[in-house]
Design a protein around this ligand. Structure first.
Ligand code: PAD
Ligand code: ZN
Ligand code: ZN
Length: 375
């Protein structure tokens, strides 16, 4: 029997308040309104950005359904939706692309105006599609993929190859594309260059992959967890350093490793203000570029010497790897299917959705790269 047009009751992982684990409960998911799409989620990855909400670093409205790195199948569509139809395999887009706004129309823009409300806990129409016993549950990043069904705006979903494995390509919905694109699009790493990647989690390793694909000749991985080094080397890091092994600041260590030049490109893929500044100070004083990929804690500030940028360094940020999501995601999926890059090394654990708390424990303990929850 078709569920189109009806409320669906299904399981979702709800977070009721900060620093509390997920609880799996039965929620109600409203049918999609005009220009909305309801998706049956097949797989969803565990990303540090979700954990930033649990820890309180990223402030949101509770209760909330997190999750933003997923793949699924369209269950039904609201009036006027032409980009996808029921049965299509899709990836939800936490950084949407409406194609109409000033940012979408700008060749360099990738933060569509439809995404501005992502942090507000509601959809572009001002409502959330989820309730629990009549109580509204907030939406996260316009996607909320830690649920068996979710509703997204049509600008926040794209059709992908029907044969793509959801438990792998879900990573193209966030971690892989973010890290890889930071190197390829945001930094525009050149062949022969020297790069430093701070943070060797799922996103940082994808940055390492991007640097390698761009032809960097030296890729220095930086992490305080040395257990991350073997995988980083497998993915393309030419050497790895642990800041804890040195008395002097890591930027001085990196200058030492590069004959006093500094690296051409540095990436902060952790989400800490001290390492953002250290990454900036690690790149060449004149033509170095440093890219902030890690999500800064809400309400944090950085104080730094303007001399660091006065001499010519470039400091920039990158969300979703600078990709225009609707255009890029299907192509990245095709590239994966064509063997252009591998996602398997990033996936260390595959768990049933019910084990979501275990997935986050593995992330916090530093034992996983990416855990993928399957539904
Ligand atoms: P992760 O927790 O898997 O990786 C972070 C890594 O940083 C771990 O290996 C840690 O050991 C390491 N680390 C922690 N502290 C330090 C330190 N002081 N010095 C050196 N290394 C350290 O996270 P992830 O790879 O899922 O995400 C990384 C960041 O990227 C995180 O802040 C996340 O929120 C952000 C992100 N940003 C976007 C975006 O669009 N910009 C998208 C997805 C994730
Ligand atoms: Zn993410
Ligand atoms: Zn737009």
């Amino acid at each position: 029997m078709s569920t189109a047009g009806k409320v669906i009751k299904c399981k979702a992982a709800v977070v009721w308040e900060v620093k509390k684990p997920f609880s799996i409960v039965e929620i109600e998911v409203a049918p999609p309104k005009a220009h909305e799409v309801r998706i049956k989620i097949l797989a969803s990855g565990v990303c540090r950005s979700d954990d930033h909400v649990l820890s309180g670093a990223l402030q949101v409205k509770f209760p909330i359904i997190l999750g933003h790195e997923a793949a699924g199948v369209v269950e039904s569509v609201g009036e006027g939706v032409t980009c996808v139809k029921p049965g299509d395999k899709v990836i939800p887009l936490f950084a949407p692309q409406c194609g109409e706004c000033s940012t979408c129309k700008h060749p360099r823009g990738n933060l569509c105006k439809m995404g501005d409300l992502a942090a507000s806990g509601v959809m572009p129409d001002g409502t959330s599609k989820f309730t629990y016993k009549g109580q509204q549950i907030h939406t996260f990043a316009g996607t909320s993929t830690f649920a068996e069904y979710t509703v997204v705006h049509e600008s926040a979903v794209v059709k992908i190859d029907a044969t793509a494995p959801p438990e792998k390509v879900c990573l193209i919905g966030c971690g892989f594309s973010t890290g890889y694109g930071a190197a390829i699009n945001s930094a525009k790493v050149e062949p022969g260059s020297t790069c430093a990647v701070f943070g060797l989690g799922g996103v940082g390793l994808s940055t390492v992959m991007g640097c390698k694909a761009a032809g960097a000749s030296r890729i220095i991985g930086v992490d305080i967890n040395k257990d991350k080094f073997p995988k980083a080397k497998e993915m393309g890091a030419t050497e790895c350093v642990n800041p804890m092994d040195f008395k002097k600041p890591i930027n001085e260590v990196l200058y030492g490793l590069t004959d006093g030049e500094g690296v051409d490109y540095s990436f902060e893929v952790i989400g800490r203000t001290d390492t953002m500044t250290a990454a900036l100070a690690s790149c060449h004083m004149n033509y170095g570029t440093s890219v902030v990929v890690g999500v800064p804690p809400s309400a944090s500030e950085i104080t730094f010497s303007p001399a660091l940028i006065f001499t010519g360094r470039t400091w920039k940020g990158s969300i979703f790897g600078g990709w225009k999501s609707k255009e890029a995601v299907p192509k990245l999926v095709s590239d994966f299917m064509g063997g252009k890059f591998a996602l398997e090394p990033l996936i260390t654990h595959t768990l049933p959705f019910d084990k979501i708390n275990e997935g986050f424990e593995l992330l916090r303990s530093g034992k996983s790269i990416r855990s993928v929850l399957v539904f």
